[in-house]
Design a protein around this ligand. Structure first.
Ligand SMILES: *[C@@H]1O[C@H](CO)[C@@H](O)[C@H](O)[C@H]1NC(C)=O
Ligand SMILES: *[C@@H]1O[C@H](CO)[C@@H](O)[C@H](O)[C@H]1NC(C)=O
Ligand SMILES: *[C@@H]1O[C@H](CO)[C@@H](O)[C@H](O)[C@H]1NC(C)=O
Ligand SMILES: *[C@@H]1O[C@H](CO)[C@@H](O)[C@H](O)[C@H]1NC(C)=O
Ligand SMILES: *[C@@H]1O[C@H](CO)[C@@H](O)[C@H](O)[C@H]1NC(C)=O
Ligand SMILES: *[C@@H]1O[C@H](CO)[C@@H](O)[C@H](O)[C@H]1NC(C)=O
Length: 356
């Protein structure tokens, strides 16, 4: 009988395996001492395509850490350096890599499914790769509001012009636009989709204030017309002008109003003339100066005397004459002049009293 295999011989392969693993782990540890970046974010707003991340846990090392970014399309099995699309993110000191199309780079094709990864590097040290969620620009982009919204108020209408949020290749995708509009304190309505950058709202009431917002949808025509709704533009309000028919209506209403008013006035005048015929005749046909004098003359009994006095001042003169006449015979006869004085005193006093 052969001796049973020793325990050691049985355990040796296992030990070797474990030892090798440990050695491999130790080797990996020594090469990947740098912490990987964290929190990757892909910012896709209008034409902007920016990958950003946060540094790994802080180390006491004062040597500068750089980052490396790579990309991959699902159709390929290997990762590519970003310089292949004209963006240098091989050794960047910042925590972002900008793929926004420029004169030097076209960025990623907007209809490509893109996967990215990033790692930190410190001299001969490298961190593990941090993989970024895949994105497809036309699927994931945030579409901003249309720009330079320009509104011209018209006759019961508003003409809206604007520019697209950003430029897109017409062969792959297009923008369609929607207008949200409402009368002040009214219900919001939506019109669209429009393909043109100029929209006319023409079923509005004249001389009313309307507020509106415009929004673009990115339609990926190349791929089942998938639509990506955009953000609304800022609210702006405009007053519609008067249209031709309203203007005519207003002119007619004013004309009829004036006519009715004049007719009413004329009617009222006619009525008054009929009712106060006598009075009007009196006002218009009898001169006021002569009849009043006659009336006073007839009414007041004292008037004749007064009138007589006013008209003919000779009685007072006579009285004074008589007095002066009386003064002459004063020296010889006192009885006679006395009687004449009393006789004349009445007419004398009266004019004096009247004068006061
Ligand atoms: C960093 O330095 C502080 C002292 O300044 C020390 O307490 C800490 O352990 C160091 N951390 C590392 C990761 O070396
Ligand atoms: C990036 O840095 C590494 C060293 O970490 C160096 O070998 C390589 O040449 C650098 N590449 C570029 C493009 O600067
Ligand atoms: C993009 O690629 C990833 C794998 O890399 C896959 O899971 C995903 O479904 C793809 N997206 C589209 C829209 O094809
Ligand atoms: C892009 O959209 C897809 C599906 O909506 C999502 O799974 C993916 O995480 C998005 N990518 C990014 C970078 O946000
Ligand atoms: C996309 O929409 C346009 C117009 O609405 C239509 O002519 C075209 O056939 C559509 N394409 C697909 C793939 O649905
Ligand atoms: C829209 O309004 C916000 C704040 O109210 C302002 O910051 C922004 O510049 C406005 N946009 C335009 C295009 O006027």
């Amino acid at each position: 009988m052969r001796p049973p295999p020793s325990l050691l011989s049985l355990l040796l392969p296992l030990l070797l395996l474990l030892g090798g693993r440990a050695a491999a782990a130790a080797l990996a540890d020594s090469r990947a001492q740098l912490p990987a970046p964290r929190n990757p974010k892909v910012h896709l707003y209008n034409a902007e395509q920016v990958l950003s991340w946060e540094p790994g846990s802080l180390s006491n090392d004062t040597r500068p850490v750089v980052y490396q970014v790579q990309f991959k399309y699902p159709s390929d099995s290997r990762w590519y350096d970003t310089r292949d699309i004209g963006v240098d993110c091989m050794n960047v000191t910042t925590t972002e890599c900008n793929f926004t199309p420029t004169s030097l780079s076209n960025g990623f094709p907007p209809h490509f499914n893109v996967s990215l990864r990033v790692r930190a590097k410190l001299e001969d040290l490298v961190s593990p790769w941090l993989s970024v969620p895949w994105f497809l620009y036309y699927w994931n982009v945030t579409v901003g509001p249309p720009e330079n919204v320009w509104v011209t108020p018209g006759e019961g209408s508003l003409i809206i012009r604007f520019s697209s949020p950003f430029d897109i290749p017409a062969s792959l995708a297009t923008f369609v636009y929607y207008v949200h509009y409402w009368e002040k304190a009214g219900i919001q309505k939506v019109k669209g989709p429009f393909r043109s950058n100029s929209i006319v709202l023409n079923d509005l009431k004249p001389l009313r204030e309307y507020c509106l917002q415009v929004k673009a949808h990115l339609v990926w025509t190349y791929y089942n017309n998938i639509s990506r709704p955009g953000h609304l533009s800022n609210i702006s309000c405009y007053e519609t002008t008067m249209d031709a028919t309203t203007k005519l209506q207003q002119v007619i209403i004013i004309a009829v109003g004036i006519f009715l008013l004049l007719s009413a006035l004329a009617g009222a005048c006619f009525f008054l003339v009929l009712k106060y015929k006598g009075l009007i005749k009196y006002w218009f046909h009898s001169p006021p100066s002569i009849p009043s004098q006659i009336e006073e003359y007839l009414k007041d009994p004292s008037q004749p005397i007064l009138e007589a006095l006013d008209k003919d001042t000779s009685p007072t003169d006579d009285a004074w004459d008589s007095v002066s006449i009386v003064s002459f015979p004063d020296k010889e006869q006192e009885d006679v002049p006395q009687s004449t004085l009393t006789q004349d005193s009445g007419p004398v006093c009266q004019p004096v009293g009247q004068e006061l």
